[in-house]
Design a protein around this ligand. Structure first.
Ligand SMILES: [Zn+2]
Length: 415
């Protein structure tokens, strides 16, 4: 038994592989099922377990990856975005540091208990949080495909990864960055047969391509083939996503953006409010740092109430909440929350100032992005059926995606 953040986990009798399909909106799986190009996922859904679950809001990468590996909501683990504003310094702080992650990860606790644990991510920005307290000197592995060429035994628990996987270093903006994660996972499963493996992909394809486009279909075929290999090697494979993805362009193909900082500056004057887009990171070419969830901090005479009165009802905004309500409704940590939370509808997104967002990276593609409640529905698929206890748990309420390790370890009955 291993206890993590209030949940008891039994010792896995089989390798458990949890895959986070970054940006893996349920619509992509729907498309694949309709056209029959994801036979392994289809088999998991038929023979195992499948539901559309609720992810963490804001529906961004870091909060959801942390929810999944801790088994807790953002109010507990503290990572409620990719950025937050440090009100003492007025600086936007990137939330990828392991020191900002509260509580233990399921991965580290199992490793402490003697399990062999592997955490691989596509983007290096997630690596250190996934590897928080994971001792790689004891046979555990933690690396990113982005920096697979720089792995050392001391830092990552593995070296010569490119030779081992048999692929060149994938490009930062490519489907291969994700496929490399899975190929490495398959090789490690063959060689080391670890107890727990967490494989986190990148949403490059989903940001660029809708489910019916050939590039997206190709990507899902490639994913499906690899999921089949993981299952064939005897693992229970659990598939979820950090968030979905919606098209946010208008009829002419132009991004449907609410430039919130510009609106607030007109209303209250420059410097009185500060809009932070928590999607922002160094990896923005394909979404221009535009998402469906932003935070506003009051810096002068503007108050939460005045801000809410000024923007509530704006076309494209689904909800405008004060801090207390936002934390209650979306289970968020108050000390990292803005004074006002603004969430867009499915077909719109929110930016700060038009002048600060570079949309040239879209290269003529329609804007597809995420962050709001409308992108928080994610797949929750297990390759093996559930035992009676977990079938009951699954039926009792809407399932949270951060229960995926719990379900895969405690609930799955390998065929
Ligand atoms: Zn993501």
């Amino acid at each position: 038994m291993v206890q993590v953040n209030g949940i008891q986990y039994r010792w896995p009798q089989y390798p458990v592989v949890v895959v986070c399909i970054d940006g893996g909106d349920p619509a992509y799986i729907q498309q694949g099922l309709q056209e029959g190009f994801i036979p392994n996922i289809a088999r998991f859904m038929k023979q195992g377990f499948s539901v559309v679950a609720d992810g963490t809001v804001p529906s961004f990468t870091c909060p959801n990856n942390m929810s999944i590996i801790t088994g807790t909501p953002a109010s507990k683990h503290g990572i409620s975005g990719n950025f937050y504003l440090d009100t003492r310094t007025g600086e936007a702080v990137v939330m990828t540091g392991p020191e900002l992650l509260r509580g233990d990860t399921i991965l580290a606790r199992f490793a402490e208990g003697g399990a062999r644990v592997v955490a691989i991510t596509a983007k290096d920005k997630l690596r250190r949080q996934l590897g928080k307290n994971l001792d790689v000197s004891k046979g555990n592995i933690n690396f990113s495909s982005e920096k697979a060429d720089q792995c050392t035994l001391a830092e990552n628990g593995i070296e010569d990864v490119l030779e081992f996987v048999g692929s060149p270093l994938p490009h930062m903006y490519s489907a291969d960055l994700s496929l490399f994660v899975l190929d490495a996972g398959i090789k490690i499963l063959e060689r080391n047969r670890p107890d727990l493996m967490y494989l986190s992909l990148t949403d490059y394809i989903q940001h660029k391509h809708a489910p019916a486009e050939d590039e997206a279909k190709r990507f899902y075929m490639d994913l499906d083939e690899r999921f089949g290999k993981l299952a064939a090697l005897g693992a229970v494979v659990a598939l979820t996503a950090d968030h979905g993805m919606n098209d946010k362009a208008d009829a002419e193909g132009k991004p449907n953006v609410i430039w919130l900082q510009d609106i607030l500056d007109r209303e209250f004057g420059k410097g009185d409010t500060r809009v932070i887009c928590p999607i922002t990171d160094a990896f923005v070419a394909h979404h221009g740092a535009l998402g469906g969830f932003v935070r506003v901090w009051c810096r002068g005479k503007a108050t939460p109430k005045k801000i809410i009165d000024a923007i509530r009802g704006t076309d494209g905004l689904e909800s405008v909440l004060d801090k207390e309500t936002a934390c209650k409704v979306h289970d968020l940590p108050p000390d990292r929350e803005g004074d006002v939370v603004v969430i867009s509808t499915a077909d719109a997104c929110i930016g700060a100032s038009a002048a600060d967002h570079d949309l040239s990276g879209l290269e003529g593609h329609r804007l597809r992005t995420h962050g709001g409640v409308s992108e928080a529905k994610v797949p929750f698929i297990l390759s093996a059926p559930l035992n009676d206890e977990y079938r009951l748990k699954a039926g009792a309420a809407t399932l949270k995606s951060y229960r995926i390790f719990d379900f895969a370890i405690n609930g799955a009955m390998p065929l």
